[in-house]
Design a protein around this ligand. Structure first.
Ligand code: URA
Length: 242
């Protein structure tokens, strides 16, 4: 994803169409306001959501959005699709076309999906080293046993990429149902992990991402904005044992 950070002088010169050297004069005259403060440093970092005013004219005023949806089956995790409904089509709110998906789910997978226009936030969620666990409830075709727990925790080798998956926790709930927690999001990862056992995934439902669980009041297809607390605590790892 393209960087959304730039220096103030570069930002101003792009917006006003004047040379960067001239920006220093505007700064000295106190004509540029960033996030409510008169700017003085040409090297100040401007990010996607910095509020920038020049001579009382608003140059940038983007609001960050963070949305959770209960994804139904038969909907594509994409912003556009020629043949099927997408999660963006289901949103039906203004600005929805500025959002991107933070962690896709397959066409027939269901549950928690996050959408945002904040690239930094979604990147944080996807970096395996950050240990943001995504937890899924899964129903499979054939009975489960202890060997799955061992294999998932040791990692499973994917021939195509030549990699071994990071340790994943598998908790058997009943003969054909389990919960799996993992920190990666490779293409069809869980289906391929069960594929090594020739065991087909019948249902795959995402329950949580980090500290954020799917709101049980959301029916399939429904969505809501995240609260400030949810946005800020989703990645928090204090107190976790891993
Ligand atoms: N793993 C899969 O195989 N599918 C999903 O939708 C999510 C994780």
């Amino acid at each position: 994803m393209k960087s959304t950070r730039t220096r103030l002088d570069r930002f101003m010169s792009q917006h006003l169409g004047i040379k960067r050297q001239k920006i220093r004069l505007l700064l000295a005259q106190g004509r540029i306001v960033v996030d409510g403060c008169i700017a003085g440093d040409a090297q100040q970092t401007i990010h996607q959501f910095s509020h920038v005013i020049f001579d009382e004219q608003v140059l940038q005023d983007h609001k960050p959005y963070y949305v959770m949806m209960n994804k139904p089956k038969g909907v594509v995790s994409a912003t556009k699709d020629q043949h099927h409904k997408t999660v963006i089509d289901l949103l039906k709110r203004k600005n929805c076309h500025t959002l991107h998906i933070a962690g896709r789910l397959d066409f027939n997978s269901t549950g928690l999906i996050l959408l945002t226009n904040d690239g930094r936030w979604s990147r944080e969620l996807s970096i395996p080293e950050n240990k943001i666990y995504k937890c899924y409830r899964i129903e499979v075709e054939k009975p489960l046993d202890e060997s799955y727990i061992r294999a998932f925790s040791q990692g499973i080798y994917f021939n195509y990429e030549g990699i071994t998956t990071r340790p994943a926790a598998l908790n058997i709930i009943s003969s054909h149902i389990c919960e799996v927690s993992l920190t990666e999001g490779r293409y069809h990862q869980i289906k391929r992990m069960f594929g090594q056992f020739q065991n087909k995934v019948l249902e795959l439902h995402r329950l949580s991402v980090g500290n954020l669980s799917l709101d049980r009041h959301l029916l399939p297809g429904q969505s809501r904005e995240l609260s400030k607390i949810e946005i800020n605590t989703i990645c928090r790892t204090e107190g976790r044992i891993n």
